[in-house]
Structures are given as C-alpha cells and as structure tokens.
Design a protein around this ligand. Sequence first.
Ligand SMILES: Nc1ncnc2c1ncn2[C@@H]1O[C@H](COP(=O)(O)OP(=O)(O)OP(=O)(O)O)[C@@H](O)[C@H]1O
Length: 594
Amino acid sequence: MACHGKKLLNNPSDVVTEFIEGLVETYPALQRLDGFPEVKVVLRADVSGATYDKVAVISGGGSGHEPAHAGFVGEGMLTAAICGDVFASPQVDSILAGIRAVTGPMGCLLIVKNYTGDRLNFGLAAEQAKSEGYKVEIVIVGDDCALPPPRGIAGRRGLAGTILVHKVAGAAAAAGLSLAEVAAEAKRASEMVGTMGVALSVCTLPGQVTSDRLGPGKMELGLGIHGEPGAVVADLQPVDVVVSLILKQILSLETNYVPITRGNRVVLMVNGLGATPLMELMIATGNAVPKLQLEHGLAVDRVYTGSFMTSLDMAGFSISIMKADQAILHCLDAATKAPHWPVGVDGNHPPAKIPIPMPPSHSTKSEELLSRPLQLNQQGHIMEVAIEAAANAVINLRDSLNEWDSKVGDGDCGSTICRGAITILEDMKKYYPLNDAAETVNEIGSSIRRVMGGTSGILYNIFCKAAYAQLKASTQSVVTSKQWCEALDAAVASISKYGGASAGYRTMLDALIPASTVLQERLNAGIDPCTAFLLSSEAALTGAESTRHMQAQAGRSTYVSREILESVPDPGAMAAASWYRAAALAVKDTYQAS
Ligand SMILES: Nc1ncnc2c1ncn2[C@@H]1O[C@H](COP(=O)(O)OP(=O)(O)OP(=O)(O)O)[C@@H](O)[C@H]1O
C-alpha cells in the first residue's frame, strides 16, 4: 500500500533552497549566489572568477543526492556546484551563473553525470560560456555497470563513481594543471570507475507518497539514483551475497565496463543511498575488501565508506570500484577542504589488527594455578555444583528477564546475563581452579568481564573483584561460612559504592542486600550454614519480588512511568535472586547427599 512519507520539511517546493541555506550556514568556506529560486549555486567563498588563477571544477545536477554535489565544494575538489530541483537538471542560466562566478583565465571543467537533461543543460551553458570568452571543457561520467551496454544513445548512467572523478579533477586543478590536463585526468578517472547499487526501499520525493513498488523481503539490484526501477528484483539476501553479486557484475569481463583485471590495484567506495546506517555500510565494506582481494585477485589501496551520492531516503548502497595507479592515488590522497570528502582515509593501510598489549606487570597466572584440578576436594566439588546451578538458573530465566527489561530498560538484561552464564560454564570446565575458592571467584569475574556488557556486566565484575579481595585475605585453604558471608557483604558494598544505589532503588541490590543481611543474622544466631544460606536466598527472592512496588532510582528504569514499573519486577534483582537461590539449593542438596 502506498503511504505518505513523514518528513521534517516546510514547503516541499523549497527543499533545495532551504538545504543550501543550511549548508552555507554550516560551512564558513562556502557561499551561495543570490539568485534563488532560479539560480541555486554553491561556491567557494575564497574564489572570485575574475582573479581565480586555477582551473575551476564545476559539477552539479538534480538535487536529492546530498551531500553531492554542494557538499564537495571546497579547495582541492569542486569550485562550485549547480543544484537543480529534486532529481531535475539545473537550468542553463543557473549553470552559466556558476561558470561566470568562479571561472578565471585558466578556464573551467564541467563534470556532468550522464543524464540527457544534464548533458543538454550543461552542454548549452558551456557553449554560451565559450561564446562569452570562457575556456570550458566537459567530461561526462557514466559509471553504471548494472545494465548491458545500451543500444540507444542514452549511454550508461552517472552514479557515485562521479565523486571520485570530482576528487581527481579537483586535485589536478589545485596542483595548477592546465584545463586540458585537468580534463584529461578527469576523463581518465571516469573511464577507470564502475558502480552498481542495491536498494531495499524506494525513495520518497518531498511532498509525495512513497511508492510500494518494492515489496517486503525484496531487494532491487542495479538501480539508478532517481528512484527509477533497478535491473533486477530479487529476494533479500545476506549482505555478503549481495556484495558478491555486485562485485561480479562491476568486474564482469563480458561487459568489460572497467579496465580492471587480476593483479590490478583498486580503490573501493561503499556509498549509502540515504537511509542506510553506517553500521550496515561498514559491514558491506568489511565483506567487499576480502572478496576483492581473494576472489578477484585485486589489491585494495583505498576504501571510502559513507554517504556521498544518495537518493533522498532510499535504503541501500552502491559500490564503486576504480582502477588505481600512483597518479590517481596521489589525487585521491591530496588535501581538500570539501566538507563531505572523508578525512582519515588517505595513505596505505598498516595491518588491520595488532596484538592486545599485555599488562605492565606480569600479572598473568601460572598454568598450574589456572587449570581445572585433576581431583576436586569437597570445597571444589561444592563450588562446581553451586556455579553450575547458578549459571543454569539465569540461562533458564533469560526470556523472562528480557521481557521484563523490555518494559523497564532496553530489553537485553536476560541476553547479557545469559551470555555471562554460558561463558562461566565453559570456562569452568576448561580452567577454573575450583579447589581454590578465591581464585575461582576471581576467574568468574574475568569471564564476566570478557563477554558481558551493560550495567550488570560491570557491576558483577566489581562484585567478584571485591569478593575475591575479601576471600584472598584469608590464609586458610578452606573458606568458612563466616568468610563467605564477609565476602558477600564486601561484594554488595562494592556494588553500592561504585553504582551509587542503595536498598529500595529497584536494582539487583534489592535482592543482594537482604541476602547478605539474613545470611549474617542467621550465622550469628548459630544456625547451620546450609540452612542460613537457604533462608538468605528466600530473602533474596522476596526482595527481588518487592521491587515491583519500588520507584526506580538507578539505571534506565528511572525514565519509566510508575504504572509500567508496577507491572514487572526489576530484571537485575530477579536475576540476582535466581542465581543465588539456585546456588543455595545446590549446596543443600550436595550436603544432604554426602
Ligand atoms: N546503579 C546500579 N546499581 C546496582 N544495580 C543496577 C544499577 N543500575 C542498574 N542496575 C541493575 O542492572 C540491571 C540492568 O542490567 P543490564 O545489563 O540490562 O543494563 P543495561 O542494558 O546497561 O541497561 P538497562 O538498565 O536499560 O537494562 C537493572 O535491572 C538493575 O538491577
């Protein structure tokens, strides 16, 4: 079903002029010509046509491709950008105004994407400018690799590869080359680059309804940047497969669109089409580079990932591959002040990863200390059953924890805690020194630190560190119930100290504080340790349940209304009560069995 796209706009007919106003407010090095709405030209603030002593590089076309083209105006790239209305070529008068504003005695190069309207308007403007005495050259870019060679006169479409041509031409002009030389560099660059895109959605023109052309679960391969249908509609595939398809098509020997063969050096551009998160673009890049290297035998010298030539709010990306040599790399690496050219991508890559630095003091433990004992003593055996039971309890509670957390937090409490519990079970089998309670608690903390993020991850890490320090203080090898009680107390105090919460704040402490208090009271009263542990675990459960009636004062729950809070307990408190209770039951069962 077609629907009205929601947009933060004023009058849809003013989008381009209002965009330009925002752009020049943002970047002090940019200005616009005072000719709205007919003349929509963005130019370098430091260039005046009469005196400019370099070749001016001018591009433009329909709007809706932001940041192209105006976002690439700046020293070292474009001297001016001529903006048409959305997806409509700019008029001759606007182009001429731009030429006159920035062209000096060295002349100007017009870089035009291959669309009939752009060719005609820029072509006529060039002829008119020449008749006024300006030196003008035109380079047309048609980098589209999606379609078989067209039979008519239309030729291949100009896509995101044009941005790389802008950069090469801009650098050549900034280096002081003549108009013929700058045009030659731009033409050579345009012949080296090929592009193809994939879209997951159709873009919405300002003020218009969104087309329902592309159904759910479908992707369109080989699209243009004006919302026109792609070459193929297919079922959505993992990005890995999509990237493979696109690379094969660009580098196809059948069409031979780009002069790239095995052993060549290339640059890669992954260009977002407007509504694709940077995370997805980087994933595409991370998939594309090894494929180019290993499957196509190419050396990837530079990578550009971002949104350069968009199609309004279209979800998807295009990939451009340009054959690289020293001259092209030199131009791509040259400095520019164009605000939307990416920074930090010049130069050769060091290896992608380096080893993690070791801590300064040799704090790694000996293999002997960090290995599972061949024979477990009684304490080691109890540690094992208690850890196993505690971990399994929170693993089983994962979905409920997530459900509660989705109401009062971000929905991941169960997944986070479950990840920690699974790792603890794996690590315990491999290397926990179970006969040494203090070191085992410390290793539980290390397992948690490795895999658990979120608030609960760091708090449990703090918990284990504090318990370890307390247990380590004792010289006896067998930990007494009193020492366990002191360790729990220290661990709980430490969570409160660093997390800033106390009893009644609706956190895991509302399970752990009653547990610690009751354990201490019962042991002091002389009750046997197993029963004291069990009773304290009941207090933990009661405490966790009581969080339903608490107003949150810590964590994300603070932002949630009382009505919602009352519908669920605090997930962190329930998780704490659950592992603690399971450990207590397991210890009781083990003692009873022995
Ligand atoms: N300051 C704090 N002190 C003790 N426990 C806290 C504190 N803040 C949050 N918590 C506990 O952490 C639990 C959430 O853990 P989780 O790992 O899911 O956190 P998160 O994803 O970082 O954020 P969110 O609170 O939104 O879930 C809460 O249910 C609460 O029990």
